[in-house]
Every structure is written in C-alpha cells, then in structure tokens.
Design a protein around this ligand. Structure first.
Ligand SMILES: [Zn+2]
Length: 376
C-alpha cells in the first residue's frame, strides 16, 4: 500500500489517514478487526450493529425533573381510528394512554400540563375533551383537527369554518394541521392531485381560528433529508430504510421549499390568526431561515418538538436563536406515550439540553440515535 492509498483508503479522511501513516512508518503489523476484508476502514461490520461507546469524559448532569413546571404543548395521546393514505376518514378516536397512566409521569418530571394536538373532531373530539380536559382541568388541553372526510361537500369552506366554531364550543383550545395537508390530502380526498396548503378553500377555517383567538399548530412538510434520495449520502438513511413510506422524494410530492412557502403565504394572508410552526417551523436544519420567517411574520411562534438532535448539533447557533426569539419558542416533545417507559425517560433529555452546559450526549433514550447517528 502506498502513501496515497493509505490516505484515500480510509473513509474517515485526513485524521485517520495520518494515524494510518504513522502506524505504517513503524512497519508494525496490527491485528485486523473481525471481518475486515472489504478494503475500507469499517470492514464488513453492519451499520445496524455499530454501537460505539463514547469515550469522552466530561460533565454529566442528571436532570430528572424540569427546573420550572413545563407545559408540553405538543403531544399525541389520541389518534384517528380510521386513516386511509394518510387522511383521517372518521371522527372515531383511538386512546393510547389514560390520564391515570400519564399523570404520575407528568408529576415525576414536573410537567404541569400536556396538550393533545390530535384530538380529532365531532363526537371523537367531545369524547377526548370529556376523558382528559374535563376530567383533569389544567392538566390536559385538547386541540381539534379539520374534517377532511367532508372535503367534497359543496360548501366545505363554510362547513369547515363552522366545525371549528363548534369544536371551540365543545372545548377545543386550538387547531392542529398534520402534514396531511400538503402531502396526503388530494382532490378526491385520497386520490387525484395533491391539495395545496394555501388552497383558498381553507381560508374561512384559518380566519375562524383568528376570530376565536385559538392557535393553529402546523406540521408542514417533514425533515429535509426525507426529500432527498434514500442512499448512502442520506444522513437519515436507517430511518428511511426501515420506513420507506416516510420518504417524500420523487413521485408527485412537491419540494420541501414549495411546501414551506405555501405555508408562509397562509400565515401572511391571516395576520390576525396565531400560528405555531411545529418542529422549529419544520426547518430546524436552517435556523437562519426560521429566524427570517419569524421576523417576517409576528403571528408565528415555533416549538422544539422532536428536534433536539438538530438543535443540539448546532449548539452555538441554537443558543443565539433561543436568546433572540425566547418569547417566540414554546416547549413541546411530540410525545406519543404508547410506550410509557420511553415517554417517561424522554423528558430528562430535553431538560438536560435546555438546562445544562453538558457536552456531547445522546438526544434520545434509544440504543441507536433515532434521527441520525450523532450526539448533541
Ligand atoms: Zn406531532
């Protein structure tokens, strides 16, 4: 092996190449890692089997409870019972955790209240409000959702606006928009052309929320990597490999940029309606752009749900962002507590990120980092 092969032969680049050179200079034959017959540094160890131990010895602060009581503004403990091609088609709800299961974890972690964004509509919403919000006031808040099953009714815009008013009378504290709008809802509900986020048929709905002064929490598009090919260059490769249906690359899906711009036109057109851009306005890989969006639209706030991995790998930029927009950022986790253990274990990761200056730690209580293999 010559000098050039030594340097180029390692995927890890210059540092590893230099180390290899130093080793070669001593002409010592080192034991090879198991199965290393591939000619590249990692051998044939499967990515899914790779579980490196972090050898960094730095401060480790346990934060089992939030320092201040928190409201988790982004959770899902109820879901639509009937979903076809990404569109909820019935008011019927599935309840994945009872208040009795949730409250002890909330008390333990200092979570004062949880907001269930996917509270549904109609009878399902009423049932959700009764079970959680009415039974445990100030611990649970329920949001409503659009009734896309009525989308083909001739006066849908008016019907939907009135449904929001009714939902508000039934106790709903806000409106949640899933990525269904933009990526799943089609002209014939589950077939035909995709309906645009800024389609004027929804204007009365956005206005109704403004008039009732209830927030609209919007999940628009998905992580940037989900709009790029599922290949070796994709930093979310493992997730997309396991869930190919999470990919919005190709087919007739719009570009991520177009989805965000359509959302921004909605926010601009309804200045009296308050919007919450979920998941750092769905663009956590570009906080500069999120900052511009916040500057442009005073009726927008953002949450940080399920984006510790992104915020935590750009700690200096994130810190500046948090300092500048501190009154425009709300706490949320995207917790779907069907797994009570994960639900309970997840909160300390948020608190550690938000409250300590610890370096280089995992962003989720999983064996493999779930949204890309890095620490924060
Ligand atoms: Zn969510």
């Amino acid at each position: 092996m010559n000098r050039r092969q030594l340097i180029l032969g390692t995927g890890a680049g210059l540092a590893a190449g230099t180390a290899a050179l130093a080793g070669a200079a001593q002409a010592v034959s080192k034991p090879k890692p198991a199965n290393d017959d591939s000619g590249c540094g990692g051998g044939t160890l499967k990515l899914c089997e790779y579980e490196p131990t972090n050898m960094l010895e730095v401060e480790k602060t346990e934060v089992p409870r939030a320092r201040y009581p928190v409201i988790d503004t982004h959770t899902h403990f109820t879901f639509a019972a009937v979903v076809k091609k990404g569109v909820a088609l019935s008011a019927k709800r599935d309840f994945i955790a009872t208040p009795e299961q949730l409250l002890p974890v909330m008390n333990q972690r200092n979570v004062r209240a949880m907001v269930d964004l996917t509270g549904g509509y109609g009878q399902g919403l009423k049932e959700t409000v009764a079970r959680y919000q009415d039974a445990h006031p100030e611990r649970f808040y329920i949001f409503t959702e659009p009734s896309y099953e009525r989308f083909l009714e001739p006066n849908y815009p008016k019907v939907q606006a009135e449904a929001i008013e009714q939902a508000h009378r039934d106790g709903a504290k806000g409106l949640k928009i899933l990525k269904t709008l933009g990526l799943y809802l089609r002209e014939n509900i589950t077939a035909g052309k995709l309906v645009k986020i800024d389609d004027p048929r929804f204007d009365p709905m956005w206005d109704a929320c403004g008039q009732l002064n209830i927030p609209v929490s919007m999940h628009i598009s998905d992580p940037a990597a989900f709009f790029t090919p599922i290949d070796r260059h994709n930093e979310r490769y493992e997730e997309l490999h396991d869930h190919p249906d999470w990919s919005f690359y190709d087919h007739d899906f719009p570009k991520k940029k177009d989805l965000l711009e359509a959302r921004n036109r909605v926010i601009a057109r309804h200045p009296k309606t308050r919007f919450v851009g979920l998941h750092v306005a769905n663009y956590s890989v570009n906080l500069g752009s999120v900052a511009e969006t916040l500057d442009r639209y005073p009726n927008l706030t953002v949450d940080i749900a399920a984006r510790l991995g992104e915020l935590g790998r750009q700690p200096r930029t994130a810190r500046k962002f948090f300092d500048k927009y501190q009154d425009r950022i709300v706490f949320g986790t995207d917790a779907a507590p069907e797994d009570p253990e994960f639900f309970g274990e997840m909160y300390p990761y948020y608190f550690r990120f938000l409250e300590t200056a610890d370096d280089c730690f995992p962003y989720a209580p999983t064996k493999v980092p779930p949204q890309g293999r890095w620490n924060i």
